[in-house]
Design a protein around this ligand. Structure first.
Ligand code: ADP
Length: 444
């Protein structure tokens, strides 16, 4: 691996990534990558830990794990593997990204992963700041607020996997780590980065290993980012990413637009397996503006191949009928998304897990056919799990992150596929109602 990397390095001396990020879930990784792009870093996102060296150039790389709620030991192992890979690619500073609602339990995984990364990097201090002012997540005196109320009153206290019953992050993180946890408070932040740096030195002298950092608006995050310039490791939500690129501004190529993607031409399709409210509204909007096919979960159970083939025949007819046209045929929508009642009916008959997997399998197979046989090169996928199934089926190894369509959902180009492919992967509740129609106009 080291040899291949150094060869790539000789070819492109200035393109080693500077910032290496480890995100504890997929959509969180995309959110972080989009932030970095908007702040001027050319950014790649990998899907899991790559087995080969990075072949494309970038200023930042985000490794997307699915480690938020797995057992702490596994989360630690995966995070350390991701760190090792990022170090091999030449990254110099590291960013552990978690949710802006600090999703975790007393068993982890934020504390144990942070601890392990600190040890591996040989550092005795880091910061922890989930603040994301754009989404109304702020930290004040160590207390996390979501949408203006303390975290434990925000609905997060009822989260099925990571119920957050205490808004005091010094306490919450303290329960997850051997390190002493301290606070860099708002008053210090308001004095600027020199004061924050002095506070970091004072905390270190007291033996504090991790400091929760207050931040209410983006300016606070810029101050904090400047003070983090020399830390080997930062841990945060995606907000801190706004400020970090400025620390290495002189090393970034400002002649190139960080969001620029190679244009990709070809047929267009939307696949949706998300049943979230926002997606249902987007489908309603899109159905009136493009041809569509609905996949019924129960029909799939009765005659899987028949339903998949019928959907593909529909798509083929749409693309081929229009092939003689001088104008491109425009996108086609294939969706399994259904109302809560319809989903419940399918789940009652098939089982919750089984219904989900059946639909995901169909979506994955349709995606592979659309791309492999029908020439689709621009694909929009709605649903977190659905996106996971589709990128696996298409053998996508990573994504180059481009312009955002709506906050948190950028256009991307796939890395590692045989054919060039533009992808937009949307998790359930993201995107405005016209998402599925306006996305095409924002492509390069
Ligand atoms: P979101 O990001 O909105 O949560 P996901 O793709 O992560 O969307 O999850 C939606 C789940 O619902 C997937 O497992 C998908 O296969 C499943 N699903 C989609 N349509 C149906 C349906 N009609 N009946 C039952 N399950 C469905």
């Amino acid at each position: 691996m080291a040899n291949a990397l150094s060869k790539a390095d000789e070819r492109r001396p200035s393109t080693r990534p500077i910032l290496g990020c480890i995100a504890d879930d997929f959509t969180g990784a995309t959110d972080l990558a989009s932030m970095l792009v908007s702040a001027g870093m050319r950014t790649l996102q990998t899907i899991g830990i790559p087995e080969t060296p990075l072949e494309a150039d970038a200023d930042a790389v985000v490794v997307a794990l699915k480690s938020r709620t797995i057992p702490a030991k596994e989360a630690v192992d995966q995070s350390i593997q991701a760190l090792d890979w990022l170090r091999e690619q030449g990254c110099e500073q590291f960013y552990f990204k978690y949710c802006s609602t600090f999703d975790s339990t007393p068993a982890g995984n934020i504390g144990p992963v942070t601890e392990a990364l600190m040890e591996a990097l040989g550092t005795d201090f880091t910061v922890a700041c989930p603040a994301l002012p754009a989404n109304r997540r702020s930290v004040f005196n160590g207390y996390l607020f979501a949408n203006g109320v303390p975290l434990n009153e925000s609905g997060m206290q009822d989260h099925p996997l990571t119920p957050m019953t205490d808004a005091n992050l010094v306490r919450v993180l303290g329960a997850q780590t051997r390190h002493d946890v301290g606070l860099i408070d708002y008053a210090t932040l308001r004095q600027g980065d020199a004061a924050v740096t002095a506070r970091i030195e004072a905390l270190k002298a007291e033996g504090v290993g991790i400091a929760i950092c207050d931040a209410i608006d983006n300016e606070d995050l810029f101050v904090l980012a400047r003070a983090c310039r020399d830390l080997p490791l930062v841990t945060a939500g995606s907000g801190l990413a706004l400020g970090l690129p400025a620390n290495v501004a002189e090393r970034l190529d400002h002649t190139r637009d960080a969001a620029r993607l190679e244009p990709i031409a070809g047929r267009e399709a939307v696949l949706s397996g998300s049943c979230s409210r926002a997606t249902l509204a987007q489908i309603e909007h899109a159905r009136q503006r493009m041809p569509s096919v609905h996949l019924d979960a129960l029909a799939l159970d009765d005659d899987y191949q028949g339903v998949v083939d019928a959907a593909l025949a529909h798509a083929e007819a749409h693309f081929v009928a229009d092939a003689g046209n001088r104008n491109a045929p425009g996108p086609m929508l294939i969706y399994a998304s259904a109302s809560p009642e319809e989903v419940r009916r399918a789940q009652q008959r098939l089982g919750v897990q089984e219904a989900g997997e059946l639909v995901e399998r169909a979506m994955a197979e349709i995606a592979a056919e659309l791309v492999g046989r029908l020439g689709v090169r621009r694909l929009l996928v709605a649903g977190g799990e659905t996106s996971g199934a589709v990128v696996t089926a298409l053998d996508v190894k990573g994504l180059r992150i481009g312009e955002s369509i709506d906050p948190g959902v950028p256009w991307t180009t796939a890395l590692g596929t045989d054919e060039p492919l533009a992808l937009a992967l949307k998790s359930g509740n993201f995107g405005a109602t016209d998402f599925m129609t306006k996305a095409w106009k924002l492509m390069p």
